[in-house]
Design a protein around this ligand. Structure first.
Ligand code: PLP
Ligand code: COI
Length: 338
């Protein structure tokens, strides 16, 4: 393979050697298959294509200093994909099948796991789709579960440098009783207009408010939001946000570092009282926030005057990354060497 520029990888698709596939037919899952094709044959009436019956996951594998490859909290991703499947009436992928598929996907593409110290990682994208035909709005009878991998750099090109975020009260990503808490494709198409507008105005992401009252913070595009004040890690509780595994990890790390943790509604007005703020997720890791601007009122809140991450965001980030890379012991049992 041509040498990849590991330190400057974008968050994008790079072809790797193999992907993994498994088919659900006649009420049961078949054997895992390995493919070197980037394409999948699809029925023209597959429910994934017409009615968005699909769910995906995002997780990362990290190369340690010791040359070992580590997966981070894979079982939580498996559980979340099962919740998504249950929510939109798809066949669930059992933990064991999920695990076999991701481990195989990493092992078969081991040469694409970015070396230690490059800041890059191998992104794993499990994907579950309704592959059987329906014309009426109802669940498919056949499903396809796939895993592809691709080496990635930081999601926001700034990496671990503060980014600007735009509050977009004119757009909703998900309704309170809808599918916002599930990792299903429709939520992402629903967010694209707002994200595009934010990008065009020079912001790294949109910050969505709750769709019902338009009073509380929901989440920051493809990442959860957190604020820090009075030695407390505060993150929104909302029925329409995706429960982020990174966010849960940061809550545990915050407690380990002697901080308090609050998971509760976060009113828009509270933003100005935070000492630091950030967006977190598998892809984003922690993206500290430099400035939040409200697209409607023009109100602006600055968290980082010198363009550097705040001290607590820095500590949380360092600890998370040290555990993921295997630089520090993992007191939580989050990593699995494969
Ligand atoms: N929120 C949304 C909408 C996401 O797509 C993601 C990414 O998976 C997250 C939050 C962060 O979740 P996690 O930390 O589990 O990757
Ligand atoms: C992730 O953080 O893994 C995500 O899935 C975000 C994404 C939609 C790129």
């Amino acid at each position: 393979m041509e040498q990849l520029d590991w330190k400057n990888l974008p968050f994008g698709y790079i072809k790797t050697d193999y992907n993994i596939r498994c088919y659900y037919r006649n009420g049961k899952w078949g054997e895992l298959e390995v493919s070197s094709s980037e394409y999948i044959p699809m029925h023209i009436a597959a429910t994934a294509l017409h009615y968005g019956q699909e769910s995906f996951e995002g997780m990362k594998a990290f190369m340690g200093k010791d040359g070992d490859v580590r997966l981070f909290r894979w079982a939580d991703n498996a559980k979340r994909m099962q919740a998504s499947a249950e929510g939109i009436m798809m066949a669930e992928v059992p933990d064991e099948l999920f695990h076999q598929a991701i481990v195989k996907a990493v092992q078969m593409n081991r040469r694409f796991v970015p070396p230690y110290g490059t800041g890059a990682s191998l992104y794993l994208r499990p994907l579950l789709i309704g592959s059987g035909p329906q014309v009426g709005v109802k669940p498919a009878e056949e499903y396809m579960f796939m895993v592809f991998v691709t080496p990635v750099g930081p999601y926001f090109k700034e990496g671990f440098s503060p980014v600007d975020i735009l509050v977009t009260p004119d757009y909703d990503r998900a309704a309170p009783l809808g599918t916002g808490h599930l990792k299903v494709g429709g939520n992402y198409s629903a967010s694209m207009r707002a994200l595009d507008m934010a990008h065009q105005k020079g912001f790294a992401s949109a910050l969505f408010l709750d769709a019902k009252e338009k009073k509380y913070i929901d989440e920051a595009g493809p990442a959860n939001f957190f604020g820090i004040k009075d030695n407390t890690y505060i993150t929104p509780k909302s029925p329409s946000i995706l429960p982020s595994i990174t966010n849960r990890a940061l809550q545990d790390i915050a407690e380990l570092l002697g901080m308090k943790v609050e998971v509760r509604q976060v009113p828009l007005e509270e933003l100005s009282s935070f000492e630091e703020a950030g967006a977190c997720g598998t892809a984003a890791v922690i993206s500290p926030i430099k400035k939040i601007v409200n697209d409607i009122t023009g109100e602006s809140i600055v968290y980082s005057k010198d363009g550097k991450p705040g001290p607590i965001s820095q500590k949380l980030y360092d600890k998370l990354v040290a555990i993921q890379n295997g630089d520090e012991p993992d007191p939580f049992g989050w990593v699995e060497v494969i």
